[in-house]
Design a protein around this ligand. Structure first.
Ligand SMILES: Cc1ncc(COP(=O)(O)O)c(C=O)c1O
Length: 372
């Protein structure tokens, strides 16, 4: 038997989540964010599954766009951080990309060039995230310069990113919205603002375009889930099996450092999955897993290739039993990646993007095609 660990990717669930994003914002178009290899799900497979549904894709850099173009993806692709050096404009043109501009040097590079056709450009405004973008009071002048150069830039949009759209407290988000809305009104500019939490919970942020990312993969980014976020379906199931069983008396330490000690006579399942696969070593005792479709928990420190789980109360569990680290079990039971992340003191984004290449991806879904 081959090592049983696999990441099953449900492309129907991806399309379901994308359609949900669209249905929540019927007057917007949704650019599907496929950066970081589609949050660890495989950008080419996800792009193929969304082609014809999503009018545009978003990535972080040219290299990610090249991967998609080389796979034959012709849908428009926007570079969320724009170019990293002026020379990249050659490839922006050759690949027909759209780009964000967040810095003076990028604007100068764009205006210094004579593209064969103008480049669709999203002007990034720092409305409060304080990461990338022009301060609102400067953005107006930059916008006017770009608008006055239609041979260089076209289809101008204002873009911003929210720092707190996921939080229940709305004060900081509202401040970002107010700054952006005032600027947009002065310029009559179309907007691209909403990430997943804003798509799910902040209709006032829905613009000409929204930029849902993590919700497409079935993770709920909201601090307080809502009716919409509860309709998300998990796309990745990280699935393995029990490869050995230990029967131990009470009082026996399990794994490195003996962090977990059997509180009673216990059955321990050894699972083929570890931090060498991307499973988070910070998972505490009690982190949920599904064994044979039933909830139980991590018991002992995660090691590189294996981890141990308590199967005392699942007598039918044995060597070969299915273990779901997150996602959907064969019987339909779901363990959300967000819940696992909370036990690892992290967020779903790091777990999903952290699944390492040695874990084979297996694609499912009607029109999904395996890129390999
Ligand atoms: C500029 C930008 N837009 C959109 C997104 C998508 O965010 P989310 O995955 O929270 O939907 C990201 C993700 O980090 C981003 O950096």
């Amino acid at each position: 038997m081959a090592r049983p660990l696999i990441a099953d990717i449900d492309l129907d669930a991806l399309r379901h989540n994308y359609r949900l994003a669209c249905s929540l914002a019927p007057d917007s178009r949704a650019v599907a964010v496929l950066k970081a290899d589609a949050y660890g799900h495989g950008a080419v497979a996800c792009a193929r599954a969304l082609e014809g549904l999503a009018p545009a894709f978003a990535v972080a850099c040219i290299e990610e766009a090249v991967t998609l173009r080389e796979a034959g993806i012709s849908t428009p692709i926007v570079l969320l951080e724009g170019i990293f050096e002026a020379a990249e404009l050659d490839r922006v043109e050759a690949l027909g990309l759209w780009m964000a501009v967040h810095s003076d040097w990028q604007v100068e590079a764009l205006l210094a060039r004579r593209p064969a056709s103008p480049i669709p450009t999203w002007l990034k405004v720092d409305s409060g995230m304080h990461r990338l973008g022009f301060a609102p009071e400067r953005a107006e002048a930059v916008w006017q310069r770009l608008a006055a150069a239609p041979g260089h830039a076209c289809d101008l949009h204002l873009m911003t990113h929210f720092a707190t759209a996921d939080l229940a407290a709305t004060g900081y988000f509202a401040g970002q919205m107010t700054r952006l809305a005032a600027l947009a009104e002065r310029l009559g500019a179309p907007l691209c603002l909403a990430n997943s939490p804003a798509t799910l919970a902040r209709p006032e942020a829905h613009g000409a375009w929204n930029r849902p990312g993590v919700m497409l993969y079935g993770s709920d980014p909201l601090e307080q889930s809502n009716a919409a976020s509860r309709r998300l379906a998990p796309v990745m199931t990280l699935r393995s099996a029990i490869i050995a069983v230990r029967e131990l008396p009470a009082g026996e330490p399990v794994g490195y450092g003996g962090r977990w000690v059997t509180p009673r006579p216990s059955r321990i399942g050894v699972v083929a999955c570890g931090y060498g696969d991307g499973y988070d070593r910070h998972a505490v005792d009690g982190t949920p897993v599904l064994v044979a479709g039933k909830r139980t928990a991590v018991a002992g420190k995660v090691s590189m290739d294996m981890m141990t789980v308590d199967i005392t109360d699942i007598p039918e569990a044995d060597i070969g039993s299915e273990v779901v680290l997150w996602g959907r079990a064969a019987g339909g039971e779901v363990l959300g990646v967000d819940e696992v992340a909370r036990h690892c003191d992290t967020i779903s984004y790091t777990l999903l993007t952290g699944v390492l290449p040695r874990v084979p991806r297996r694609y499912h879904g009607e029109s999904g095609t395996d890129p390999n």
